[in-house]
Design a protein around this ligand. Structure first.
Ligand SMILES: [Zn+2]
Length: 293
């Protein structure tokens, strides 16, 4: 087998592993894995929620999704997922020296309908934040945008956006339904989608392992991803093992961009790195896209 063929075979096998960790370069085992090193992560829901989901049930569905992951972390992991107060934030991504949040929000408009084709935001990839709209593929259900140090793989920020501009997000149980019918039935389930996205949030990539929460696609009416599978559970217990540091994939963990300026290393809190420190880090953002099958 040629080296290229070998690599492809390995990648193909990896797609069916019980869990696959996110990498700096997806699927490339020569690059570092992405992982959090803080003991506690606060996440917040944007106050707008999703106006089209019945009542305020979308907030509850997102909370339950995080809670199910948190239950696993509490049982065998080393970090805590904590819900912060709802915030008016509509921006995703990470701003150096800014007031960053790990936010969960629903985009209800598609950018192509509200932004002129000549707008500079298209080129700068800033339309979503600037116009509060969905700028990704219309076939994508949700995106988790993660900001991390591309050398060490350490995650500093992660935000989840739902594509409510194209999909009817529901929170009920029952038969499958399609818009305009969206009450007492399941169209695109919030918890099903959120549970999967939170997997990305904590550093999981897709796998095609049967029954995995991290399967890359979801069908209308699907609720099976609400239940976190055993492979994803094993990821938490081994990568974030209780009493141990979060596990990198490559050693030593290189973080040399942090630089020698001691003043910049003062942390603002036990669970976070100071903004001045962050300025020394090379950042990369990565989107995890979901397709509808
Ligand atoms: Zn995904």
């Amino acid at each position: 087998m040629t080296p290229v063929a070998t690599l492809l075979a390995v990648l193909a096998l990896g797609q069916f592993d019980p869990y696959v960790r996110s990498r700096v370069t997806p699927g490339d085992d020569a690059t570092q894995c992405l992982y959090w090193t803080v003991p506690s992560i606060t996440w917040s829901q944007s106050t707008l929620g999703n106006p089209d989901t019945q009542g305020d049930t979308e907030f509850d569905a997102v909370r339950v999704s995080f809670q199910n992951w948190e239950d696993i972390f509490a049982a065998c992991g080393n970090l805590n997922l904590q819900e912060g107060p709802r915030i008016a934030e509509r921006n995703v991504g990470y701003v150096r020296n800014g007031d960053n949040h790990n936010v969960v929000l629903f985009r209800t408009k598609v950018c192509s309908a509200v932004v002129a084709g000549s707008d500079a935001c298209w080129k700068e990839e800033t339309c979503a934040n600037q116009y509060d709209c969905w700028d990704d593929d219309q076939g994508t259900l949700a995106i988790t945008l993660t900001t991390y140090d591309k050398r060490s793989g350490i995650i500093y920020d992660s935000d989840i956006s739902f594509n409510a501009s194209q999909y009817a997000f529901t929170t009920s149980n029952g038969p499958t339904c399609f818009p305009p019918v969206t009450t007492n039935c399941v169209s695109t389930d919030v918890q099903n989608t959120a549970t999967h996205e939170i997997g990305h949030f904590v550093g999981l990539d897709h796998t095609r392992a049967a029954g995995s929460t991290m399967n890359p696609s979801a069908q209308t009416g699907e609720v099976s991803k609400r239940i976190i599978d055993s492979g994803s559970r094993d990821f938490v217990c081994s990568v974030y093992a209780r009493g141990a540091p979060s596990q990198a994939c490559l050693h030593p963990v290189v973080n040399e961009e942090l630089g020698p300026k001691g003043g910049g290393c003062s942390a603002t809190g036990a669970s976070s790195l100071g903004p001045a420190l962050m300025a020394w880090v090379l950042w990369r953002r990565r989107r995890a896209r979901e397709a509808r099958s």
